[in-house]
Design a protein around this ligand. Sequence first.
Ligand code: TXA
Ligand code: MG
Length: 312
Amino acid sequence: MTEILTPDAQGIARAAALLKIGGLVAFPTETVYGLGGDAASDAAVAGIFEAKGRPQFNPLIAHLPDAAAAWDLAVPKVEAERLAAAFWPGALTLVLPLRPDARLSKLVTAGADSVALRVPAHPVARALLAAFGGALAAPSANPSGRVSPTRAAHVLDGLSGRVDAVIDGGACEVGVESTIVDLRGAPTLLRAGGIPVEALEDALGQPLAAAVKPEGALPAPGMLSSHYAPQGQMRLDATEAAPGEVLLGFGPVAGDLTLSASGDLHEAAARLFACLHQLDAMKADRIAVAPIPETGLGRAINDRLRRAAAPR
Ligand code: TXA
Ligand code: MG
């Protein structure tokens, strides 16, 4: 049975109590809902992989209350401090060398010597981290390979009965996952996300390198091509629907449903996963998607759409 908790003091206290005994609690962040577990507990973290059906070679993000707590787990460097000051709390994840003495289950990092760190901005996530008093490992709260949840109902659709509780904090404001930057060498973009690349490059004063993805050696194993997938087949950059297709519109391309009628990329990001969930609910088996500009949040949106459209 999955408890549905309210995003108030009582719900947060219950969620923290469940986490302290190794339970799994889905909670809202500004990007998507996360499936949280005690990052120091092997049993809790193993439970996250099991609930999601996620391969154990794919590491998790550690969520922290502030940068100081992040630097307890990883060695910062000047770029990390600069990006943290500019974007934390917020939709940015930094990959850094793991401290050998970090209080973290090895399952979080999949045994690697690096760790992904994020300080979320959502008030419920922050209250939960404060009440729990430690790092939370939290992947997106969806079955592995499926569309990420941006509402509590999406979490329940995928994971009901497999997790102890979900805190219902309403719809996520950003709607796409955090941007991931690897800072072990030259700053490198591992995943486009809620903080636009342009903003990161401004703060760093230098361009971000693009991740090279040699076959079989992905820098972020979760960057598998078929991911974020709805049930139907997707065709991108469509200006109209072919017979039998449901059209997901944007701006001037009016669809059966739309990411943003006014062509606003923030609105489109916030609605993206809800639209994909809705297409599943409609049992759409052929989906055409309007073109989205490749700027700002458009990069993250196009990245998720390309993966959703990838052959599986
Ligand atoms: O917005 C987000 O980032 C959400 C919320 C819940 O915080 N979380 C999220 O987690 O999207 P997940 O597990 O769905 O995606 C995390 C990505 C995966 O692609 C994983 O491979 C990568 O981060 N990752 C985790 N640790 C890493 C590491 N040490 N090095 C490289 N990539 C890593
Ligand atoms: Mg995910």
